[in-house]
Design a protein. Structure first.
Length: 473
């Protein structure tokens, strides 16, 4: 049952809701409950959560161990401000994150966007403590997404999300994206890596002593859809940063905590960034919690100077969020979910490749582990996205939902794409079901596209024949 409509009001939206939504009047189902990899709506429909919500619900829904931890912690205390108390929960969470990732220091936040802002501010403070306050220019990729706050949006190469706030943003997104499908122009991986590295060096050198650091997603997420760089690129970029004494900051909000088949996605290339930003799967959708993993030299520099970090948020490091995140980390380790992500990721990738062979709308399959992306095209030969851009993405998301499957939209403003990223707990049987439902959705999408194409061809034919007279007998 849907909630009753609110009483009439002059400021009401046409759908009768007072809640401000992404799209006014959009007729989304109302969620009822979730169990494992499935979500149910209030009309009784079941959906396989093929994108973990927003690549967040890494343990699926209603996990008994996490719910028990939430209840037990809530009975003790849910909130204590870090300015008044330390908490056992946040200390233990920092210790476990350090043990599992190798980073010596951890700053706790609430959301991925806040964690990105914290990473930027820690870097700026680091440079000021070193006596180099002019270093304030960050660099990121031209197709990327780093969060909804102004610093994160300044890093983001995502036109749809930037446009309303553009007047307040910096143009940090200068690096050529490691997005071979759109930017390699026929080059092999080695040649494309060389081009990307050369251009990155030019950008960094152009900023000179104003450069503060480089922020990248090891595997792209919401902008572009699992954009996976050529193998040599991330190590080469890390080398450029080392040569110039600049920090490399990895945004692993979407990729961290085992999503790609390693604890951190940067480990696929044996790269250890100076900072790593975590979020989403760290709390697995059970509590808002995020973190910045920080290298020793940052904290040593600050400790030798002001010995104070002038940054933080009200709920950052609260006992409830910390306890939940700690339980999530324990579940990831005790259930061997990183290995499961790698194994199920191979199964998912093989199935997606098979679907691509049968569905012309798929231009490319890419990704790592359980973060897989489908590039969607209206024409494989020309690699054309939808018209308008984003229309294919939306059509695919709706077709999947109609089939009982949830996928994540990942158009980056120059392409159409979706993410397929089920919970790390997904089984082999559930992965097969996901692929079956996606096949159904793609078949429906193919029919819709063919119908649209036929209408366009009919219109062109009508224009060619209009005005012509029939030949006389």
């Amino acid at each position: 049952m849907r909630p009753a409509a609110s009483p009439p009001h002059t400021a009401m939206r046409p759908d009768g809701s007072r809640l401000i939504k992404f799209y006014f009047g959009e007729d989304l189902p109302f969620v009822s409950h979730g169990r494992g990899v499935f979500v149910h709506d209030t009309d009784g429909r079941r959906y396989l959560d093929g994108c973990s919500g927003a690549v967040t619900a890494n343990l699926g829904h209603a996990d008994p161990e996490i719910l028990r931890t939430m209840s037990e912690q809530a009975e003790r205390i849910t909130f204590a401000h870090r300015g008044s108390f330390h908490s056992e929960q946040s200390e233990r969470l920092a210790d476990r994150l350090s043990e599992m990732t190798g980073y010596p220091y951890v700053f706790l936040c609430n959301s991925g966007s806040e964690a990105v802002e914290t990473a930027l501010r820690l870097t700026l403070q680091y440079w000021r403590e070193r006596g180099e306050p002019e270093r304030a220019r960050f660099v990121s990729h031209a197709v990327s997404y780093h969060g909804a706050t102004l610093g994160g949006l300044s890093l983001s190469g995502h036109p749809q999300r930037r446009w309303a706030a553009e007047a307040l943003l910096h143009g940090f997104n200068e690096l050529t994206p490691p997005y071979a499908y759109r930017f390699a122009e026929g080059r092999d991986d080695a040649s494309f890596t060389a081009l990307l590295t050369e251009r990155a060096a030019q950008v960094l050198d152009a900023h000179g002593s104003a450069a503060a650091g480089v922020v990248v997603e090891p595997v792209g997420g919401a902008a572009g859809g699992a954009i996976t760089p050529p193998d040599g690129y991330l190590p080469a970029l890390a080398g450029l940063c080392r040569e110039r004494g600049l920090p490399l900051i990895a945004d692993e909000i979407m990729t961290g905590m085992g999503r790609t088949g390693t604890m951190l996605a940067s480990q696929h290339w044996d790269v250890q960034p100076d900072m790593v930003v975590l979020g989403k799967g760290m709390g697995a959708g059970y509590a808002p919690v995020s973190a910045v993993l920080v290298g020793e030299h940052f904290i040593d520099t600050i400790a030798a100077g002001t010995a104070s970090v002038t940054n933080g948020h009200t709920y950052g490091g609260n006992p409830l969020g910390s306890a939940v995140a700690l339980a999530v980390l324990e579940a990831i380790e005790s259930r061997d979910l990183v290995a499961n992500a790698a194994a199920r990721g191979k199964q998912l990738r093989a199935g997606l490749e098979e679907l691509a062979a049968r569905h012309e709308v798929i231009g490319e399959v890419r990704g790592l582990g359980l973060l897989q992306g489908l590039e969607l095209v209206s024409d494989r030969a020309t690699r054309s996205p939808g018209d308008p851009i984003g229309s294919l993405t939306r059509a695919a998301v709706l077709a999947a939902r109609d089939a009982g499957l949830l996928v994540y939209p990942a158009t980056g403003g120059i392409n159409d794409a979706i993410l397929v990223a089920p919970p790390l707990t997904v089984t082999a049987q559930e992965t097969d079901l996901l692929l079956e439902l996606l096949d159904t959705a793609l078949t429906a999408l193919d029919k819709k596209l063919n119908k649209t194409l036929n209408k366009k061809l009919d219109k062109k034919l009508d224009k060619k024949t209009s005005g012509k007279t029939s030949p006389t007998a």
